[in-house]
Write a protein that binds this ligand. Structure first.
Ligand code: FES
Length: 163
């Protein structure tokens, strides 16, 4: 059994990170959200293998941990591409054409929101307000805010990221 855990740790660095992060929060079940955010920040996503480990450490059921991870769209279940583009879908951006922008993005990259291009270059995710409403529709390219984005501007950005 111990051997199995060792093998699991070796295969998934997310498991080791999950254990360490949970420990930092004193293995408190109330800290699950913070732990998941830290895990995503450190590993880049929330690996499936980390969920039963967190459940055990926090004394929660697997269903409880799984429920939280799937309820919040912030949590990425798979590793992201080399670049992450967040597209605002909140009200101000919607009123300025965010839905048309999303359709153009999905057509241009041939993926849906939440997916990664087949070359691993770009992951596109939905987000709800980037605090850039005055320049809507807004997106965030890695850590950089970009405003007044239309299909043409997006294509230029995507081409630069894929180069
Ligand atoms: S609603 Fe899109 S940035 Fe605020």
């Amino acid at each position: 059994m111990a051997e199995k855990h060792t093998l699991l740790n070796a295969l998934s660095p997310g498991v080791t990170a999950a254990k360490e992060i949970a420990l930092r929060y004193g293995n408190k079940p109330d800290a699950l959200l913070e732990i998941l955010h830290d895990l995503q920040h450190e590993v880049g996503h929330v690996p499936d293998a980390a969920l039963p480990v967190l459940a055990k450490q926090l004394n929660l059921s697997r269903a409880e941990v799984h429920g939280v991870v799937t309820f919040y769209h912030d949590f990425r279940r798979k590793p992201a591409g080399r670049h992450v583009i967040k597209v605002c879908r909140a009200e101000a951006c919607q009123s300025m054409g965010a839905n048309a922008l999303v359709a153009a993005i999905e057509k241009s990259l041939k993926i849906k929101l939440g997916q990664t291009t087949s070359d691993g270059a770009i992951t596109v995710e939905a987000v709800y307000c980037l605090g850039n409403c005055a320049l809507s529709p807004a997106i965030m390219v890695d850590e950089k805010l970009v405003g007044r984005v239309d299909a043409r501007k997006f294509k230029t950005i995507a081409a630069e990221l894929s180069a």
